[in-house]
Design a protein around this ligand. Structure first.
Ligand SMILES: [Zn+2]
Ligand SMILES: [Zn+2]
Length: 274
């Protein structure tokens, strides 16, 4: 059986049905089909081309995984290690035996979860190789799940992975967009893993909120306030995205400042600057 994935976004497809003409995620207005058209690939093909997973420590108990040479969107996965086991967050679109050995050397993986459908990667192949670790999928985004033959657990609202590590549905980028809140992260100051729901900017001081990052589609002031309200009662100081982007400290203040700035712009308070 062939387990195909999209070469542009790295998301796996259902092995039991014929491949669609285009990847549904890339054909959506938030993504793009490359000029040359849809390309499908497999993990085996990528391995034959020399791709591999590199792992580095981001902070104590948190590891980043990325594919070398770069493949698809090029995001990093994050492995959150707790005394009860690990969460594999935003699984990349490639996996091999060496990567599984490296991940499990930090303890058993108790869940695989993506912040939103752009980050599904090859989550079912990861789960299978990790002893059928549950795949947590926000119920609001279940229609984006091309491959659903794994041990999928649908959730909504909040979902405790293990005490001190909880998923929160914030919506916005996708209706089911989620963050992972790790209370012990950032050496006890609290950490948010945000995917694309809250995007740390290159200035290291502010974040952005968008429906599409590649195609620059905005979100309304009401939605950004709703996202901020859902996060502002959590204890965190650091925010980490998927592209080596982070707010090292002062994360809550950065979130609130950025939300106020976003809302002021979209309701026209700064129109005199344009
Ligand atoms: Zn795709
Ligand atoms: Zn996204």
């Amino acid at each position: 059986m062939s387990y195909h994935l999209c070469a542009t976004c790295g998301v796996e497809q259902d092995p039991h049905t014929p491949l669609p003409e285009d990847c549904a995620i890339c054909a959506d207005e938030r993504q793009y089909i490359p000029l040359g058209g849809q390309v499908w690939t497999t993990v085996e093909s990528l391995s034959g081309q020399g791709h591999r997973v590199e792992i580095h420590e981001v902070e104590r108990g948190l590891y980043g995984l990325h594919v070398e040479p770069k493949f698809a969107i090029g995001q990093q996965s994050l492995l959150v290690c707790t005394p009860q086991g690990s969460l594999l967050w935003d699984p990349i679109g490639f996996v091999d035996a060496a990567a599984i050995d490296a991940v499990t050397s930090h303890g058993p993986v108790i869940a695989v979860a993506a912040s939103h459908p752009h980050m599904f990667g090859v989550q079912t192949q990861w789960s299978r190789a990790l002893g059928d670790a549950p795949i947590l999928v926000a119920d609001a985004d279940r229609s984006w799940l091309a491959r659903s033959d794994g041990p999928v657990v649908f959730w909504s609202g909040t979902h405790e992975v293990t005490p001190g590590l909880t998923l929160h549905q914030i919506g916005g980028h996708f209706p089911g967009s989620a963050v992972a809140h790790w209370r012990a992260g950032a050496d006890g100051r609290g950490l948010l893993l945000t995917g694309d729901g809250v995007f740390p900017n290159p200035d290291h001081r502010t974040v952005s909120f968008l429906r599409s990052y590649p195609n620059r589609l905005p979100l309304s002031a009401a939605v950004v306030r709703r996202i901020t309200d859902r996060l502002s009662n959590l204890e965190f100081d650091r925010i980490i995205g998927n592209f080596d982007n982070m707010i090292d400290c002062g994360g809550l203040e950065a979130l609130e400042y950025s939300a106020a700035r976003h809302c002021a712009w979209v309701i026209g308070k700064f129109d005199h600057l344009t």
